[in-house]
Write a new protein. Structure first.
Length: 165
């Protein structure tokens, strides 16, 4: 089930992020988000709380418990613009405890359906392009096509897009 999220879900989002950071650090992969939990970084906590308060948050649940989060909206300023209306995936994360259960794919299906329901034909997302491109490959497996590269400092990013009309 996917439900509308809100400010009360910020701590859940932070817990998902902390799980992900710990999982990546265990594997020697701290390049994407560093090694410090998001919940210990005031700027990142404020960013997550703003997303939770945006009115654009959806929460996936499994057996009544939060399992993933999705925020849709406008692209960040560092993302190359397009000449048509779009829906942009600003945030997508799932609980590492439930990895492999298709929760991320379910949230992407929801994003596609939401975009179509708005009468918009383009869905875009960006992700970290480092780490051998594994995250980029995840989005490609889910029907997205790489479209533009960008960087924030030394953090490499990949924009991907999908037609949904």
């Amino acid at each position: 089930m996917i439900r509308t999220g809100g400010p009360a879900d910020a701590d859940t989002m932070l817990a998902f992020l902390d799980e992900a950071v710990a999982w990546m650090v265990e594997r020697g992969q701290s390049d994407q988000w560093g090694s410090e939990p998001w919940s210990a970084q005031p700027k990142r906590v404020a960013r997550v709380r703003a997303m939770a308060e945006s009115g654009l948050l959806w929460i996936a649940e499994v057996d009544g418990a939060p399992a993933g989060a999705l925020v849709l909206g406008d692209p960040p300023e560092e993302i190359p613009p397009v000449d048509e209306p779009e829906v942009y995936i600003r945030f997508l994360i799932t609980s590492r405890r439930l990895a492999g259960r298709g929760i991320g794919s379910d949230l992407l299906d929801f994003a596609r359906a939401h975009t179509r329901a708005l009468g918009i034909g383009l869905l875009r997302v960006d992700c970290w392009a480092g780490g051998g491109g594994r995250l980029v490959e995840y989005y490609v497996r889910n029907g997205f096509t790489p479209s533009a590269m960008f960087a924030v400092g030394d953090w490499p990013g990949q924009v991907l897009e999908q037609r949904v009309d």
